[in-house]
Design a protein. Sequence first.
Length: 363
Amino acid sequence: MGHHSSFGRPELAVDARLPTFSTTYQLLPYTKVVSHVAREEMMPRVEYVESGIRIVAAHKGAVWPLVAACLPGHKASVLSTSGEWSEEIHRWDALAGDLLCTYDEINVPASSFAVSPSGNGGAVLAAGTESGVHCWNFETGEHLFESAALHGSTIWDVTMAALPTGRTLLLGAGADDRIYRWDAATGEPLGDALIGHCNSVKSVLAFRGANGRMTVASGDDNGAVLQWDAQSGELLNLESPEFDSMVTTLAHLTLADGRILLVGGSPRGEVRCWDATTGESIGRPINTGGGLPTLAAVVTRGEPRIYTSRDDDVIAQWNALTGELVDESPTGLSLAAVQMLDGDVLLATGTGEGDIFARRIGA
């Protein structure tokens, strides 16, 4: 944590060693809407809840996708939209609930979005849509560019990564089996599309591997996960588990021993964790017990955790090393979790009724 009548998936937690703090999420094949008519005229308001805030009526329909962002020099933020009900993306103050910015200039719903620093203290917001990608100035909301994929292919998921050249790489998971690469500041293509998948690419993730190399992981309709060198575009010969259905969400964590943990999930509620370098499974497979809209991976109170949401509004926490259930407490259809600059965790959840909860979990 992109969607719509298209399909979707989410997710992404960013390596604390990278100069990025973002998550991405995609829309499911359906849009869940509750009491849309009753909330048509309601204005957003903020209520204080345990460990955080609730933004009531942030949207008129289900909150999806949802992103949490904690960037140096910027307020901790939650970014949200409402699938087919909205063509605008809102940025909220995660601690106070104030509406900070609205991003428009987009005539179709966003299927996913991601946030990344862009140099000189700035930042960029990118969104994937059924016709390509859009980018905005994160702080001001200025629309920077729109760039189409080949033949106008839907971009199901987006992620960004800082390259050694100083450029910010924007990657888009295409419905035409390709992964597209753009300069996040200008929209200029950065090399050819990455080709290797045999079906629509549903998820994409950028992370720094154990060897320090910026790496791209991507999941497709067939349940396959591939890895690439982010700068050269070389397909890496690395093992990964086979999923029973499409991989619609990917996340990662850097473990205390330096290993990179990759996490993948499918709409059937299947979640698997593995070593990004060796392909070795870590912990037992997780079955969330329901459809899996989104997941996130982040260190919580010193323990690597996986957060999952379900299509029946159940949010759970799992031990990433064992696969054991830790807690089922907040409710929500969508979620985002990211490490804050002080080490705490920002957990944001969105409901089918259009509300957003933002909670701060102490380190």
